[in-house]
Design a protein around this ligand. Structure first.
Ligand code: DO4
Ligand code: MG
Length: 283
């Protein structure tokens, strides 16, 4: 089942049919005692509606914080070691890749998150920006994974590469995060064969594409969640991006107008256009 947050309220989709969710509060849904059971009963007893098509899809987030895990794929470790080498920071990435404790960092609040179909931003003080396509865990207030969404952890590689202590500036700024298009609500873990696909189009041409699978993810989602919830509470639940396994070649940087498409099959496609703006932040 897929849960959508839209300009007309919340909808659940099952097998291509859409049903209205009477609960208007996104946070009440994420913190529901049994979201999967609640939505299944709704689908079983409800009438499908036809007005979903006229609604604007919004980012599937309310009061939840977005956190991210880093260096959870070998490809990310190697790319970051190279970018931070001159600053003497390369060794840190190898060490965190092999350490027991994962790298976890704060990524965004809802106001910084872009919905599918809207814009993500690259910083005006960065010359080397990339998208990071990441499976994103939806976790309730008790630390249980209740679903999955597609995430884009937009990153400024030159800022992070200059000094790893600049990580928050490389990672956290307006519209540096995209989530959506929906939440796949499920109590089951995703298969390790689940594929993450990234495609970047410029002026109608594909300028980069790449894929990875969850089999390449070094740590389990459950371990990442366990560390996130250690000594930290999330009364409205939380989202946890699980890291990128796809990094474009070092010669590649995003440009305004690029279209980023990230697909994770059981969930859907998150699509955003890139803007670079300093004074105003268009949506
Ligand atoms: O260590 C910096 C961030 C890593 C990251 O965002 C990733 O591996 O996806
Ligand atoms: Mg990342």
């Amino acid at each position: 089942m897929k849960l959508y947050r839209t300009s007309n309220g919340n909808y659940v989709e099952q097998d291509g049919s859409f049903y209205r969710v009477p609960e208007p509060s996104w946070d009440a849904l994420i913190t529901h005692d049994d979201l999967c059971g609640y939505l299944s009963r709704l689908v079983a007893g409800g009438d499908a509606v036809s007005d979903f098509a006229s609604a604007r899809i919004e980012a599937p987030i309310g009061a939840q914080e977005v956190w991210a895990a880093g260096v959870t794929y070998y490809r990310s470790r190697s790319a970051r070691m190279a970018e931070a080498k001159d600053a003497g920071g390369g060794d840190f990435y190898d060490r965190v890749y092999s350490a027991e404790r994962p790298e976890l960092f704060f990524k965004a609040t809802a106001s910084r998150v872009a919905a599918t179909g809207s814009h993500v931003r690259i910083r005006s003080d960065s010359k080397w920006s990339v998208p990071e396509p990441e499976l994103t865990l939806v976790i309730n207030q008790r630390g249980r994974i209740i679903g999955y969404t597609v995430g884009n952890d937009m990153s400024s590689r030159d800022i992070e590469g200059e000094n790893p202590l600049y990580l928050p500036q490389a990672k956290v700024y307006d519209r540096s995060c995209a989530l959506g298009p929906c939440i796949l609500v499920s109590d089951e873990p995703l298969l390790s064969t689940t594929t993450i696909r990234l495609q970047i189009q410029r002026k109608g041409e594909i300028v980069f594409s790449g894929t990875t699978t969850l089999a390449e993810l070094k740590r389990t989602p459950a371990t990442l969640v366990e560390y996130l919830f250690r000594e930290n509470s999330f009364p409205a639940g939380a989202y946890l991006m699980t890291g990128t396994g796809i990094v474009p070649p070092d010669s590649f940087t995003l440009a305004p107008g690029d279209r980023i498409r990230i697909t994770i099959d059981p969930i859907g496609t998150l699509e955003n256009e890139v803007v670079q703006a300093s004074a105003s932040h268009p949506s």
